[in-house]
Design a protein around this ligand. Structure first.
Ligand code: HAM
Length: 430
């Protein structure tokens, strides 16, 4: 989980990119375990796509005039001359893989999930990084509204099960191309009359991408947006029915939602349902999950009309919340510490440690130290309850001292009996 850099080093990490330290690994592990288990219950299968893709995939897929492509994509030319990008999001790569591997011939819809790092050159701030992880879901090959609801429900349940209990789905329908033409005309007319009240960015977008203005976070734009025409009033019959069903199904499975007529999302491929999941009562409205339907995306790359719908969970954003709410994860301690005295014992310790680990026992030693007191102090700091002590005499006698640190009892055990003895000991401690 992103940590502030504390110490100055000669070559520091890049701004917005973070180490995941050992004490935070438990959060990521817990997240991944829950997310993968739930996804599997919903019959999603894992897919991994490369971190590096042709830049064109995102220019065409995510959209040439989106912020992601225009401002945030890490791109470069390879020595072979390819123009490539560090993936800023996962949907176009999954669609590419769907087409490239002939998933069209699989049972439809194909339900996939992914977990990995993504890269966007955004201004780093709390919850916004240049390298971050997403857990994404994509369902390709089915247009029924039940799919939208399954994606929302699974995303919702993952974040909830990880530990953020009060969630709300912000939802809207942005219709289809048919609905857009009439809506855009009216929206542009409304905005043009009020240009002076808009931020510089939005003024430029009036013609190129007026819909994106609707989720501008600038206060002065927000004020104007509140009285702007709403897309929901311009939906064609099919889009209207689709959205009505999505809302009814959400009610059926008791997923709380809030109809947000100004939610449009910043990626070009969306149509019909768009949604975000936030924590209820979060004043900053940090988006934990974003997603929606993308029925036209496959067609961009294959001319085949295949619908899709998906979402992505911002893993750091979820884990930051858990951490701030002090949901603890346990760091697994070693079960055994092996202390040794003398060269002969040190050599033998290597073999004993190997055998313990082969027997699935988490064991630690400090073979770089020779002083018994300093080794026992490490064991104490690590909070290890069973310590093995091996000296020259014990090696010659083929025995080892097993000390129960809690009770202060100790036992001399033959080395060949050590593993069963320790397994019994561990069982007793549980
Ligand atoms: P997105 O809204 O761009 O959608 O990202 C999804 C989630 O990733 C966000 O809600 C947020 O939690 C997290 N996220 C985005 N940017 C950052 C950042 N700079 N730092 C930390 N977290 C971030 C997509 O990426 C779509 N591909 C989702 C999707 C899948 N739609 C359909 N299928």
């Amino acid at each position: 989980m992103p940590q502030k850099q504390r110490k100055r080093v000669l070559v520091p990490s890049l701004s917005g990119m973070h180490d995941i330290l050992p004490q935070d690994q438990g959060y990521y592990r817990k997240f991944q375990e829950i997310a993968e288990k739930l996804s599997s219950l919903y019959n999603f299968q894992r897919i991994d796509t490369p971190v590096l893709e042709r830049a064109e995939l995102f220019i065409k897929g995510t959209g040439a005039i989106t912020d992601i492509v225009q401002k945030e994509m890490y791109t470069f030319r390879t020595k072979g001359g390819d123009w490539v990008a560090l993936r800023p999001e996962g949907t176009p790569p999954v669609v590419r893989a769907y087409l490239e591997h002939g998933m069209i011939s699989w049972i439809q819809p194909v339900k996939l999930y992914y977990f990995g790092p993504f890269f966007r050159h955004e201004s780093p701030q709390a919850g916004r990084y240049r390298e971050f992880r997403q857990f994404g879901l994509e369902v390709i090959g089915e247009k029924d509204p039940s799919v939208d609801v399954e994606v929302i429900a699974l995303s919702y349940n993952i974040v909830s099960k990880v530990g953020i209990k009060k969630l709300i789905v912000e939802i809207n329908s942005i219709g289809c191309k048919k609905c857009h033409s009439r809506f855009k005309k009216n929206l542009v007319r409304y905005l043009e009359k009020r240009q002076i009240g808009l931020c510089q960015n939005c003024r430029q977008r009036i013609k190129s991408n007026p819909l994106r203005l609707l989720d501008c976070k600038e206060e002065k734009c927000q004020l104007l947006i509140q009285t702007a025409p709403q897309i929901i009033d311009y939906l064609c019959q099919e889009c209207h029915n689709h959205f009505k069903n999505v809302l009814e199904y959400l009610e059926e499975i008791r997923i709380p939602y809030n109809l947000n007529p100004y939610l449009v999302r910043g990626l070009d491929y969306y149509n019909r349902t768009v949604f975000e999941i936030i924590e209820e009562g979060d004043k900053k409205k940090t988006t934990l999950v974003g997603g929606g339907r993308y029925d036209g995306l496959v067609k961009i790359f294959s001319r085949r009309d295949i619908p899709g719908c998906g979402s992505a969970i911002g893993v750091e954003r979820v884990l930051n919340k858990l951490k701030s709410e002090e949901v603890k994860t346990e760091q697994e301690k070693p079960q055994i510490f092996l202390a040794q005295i003398g060269e002969l014992a040190k050599k033998k310790s290597l073999k004993i440690l190997e055998d313990l680990r082969k027997a699935n026992i988490k064991a630690e030693g400090a073979l770089g130290k020779s002083n018994l007191k300093s080794q026992l102090s490490i064991a104490d700091k690590l909070g290890i309850k069973i310590v093995l002590i091996l000296g020259q005499k014990e090696v010659i006698e083929n025995r080892i001292l097993v000390r129960d640190m809690k009770r202060g009892q100790q036992d001399l055990v033959r080395i060949e009996n050590l593993i069963p003895k320790i397994k019994k000991f561990i069982k007793k401690l549980k």
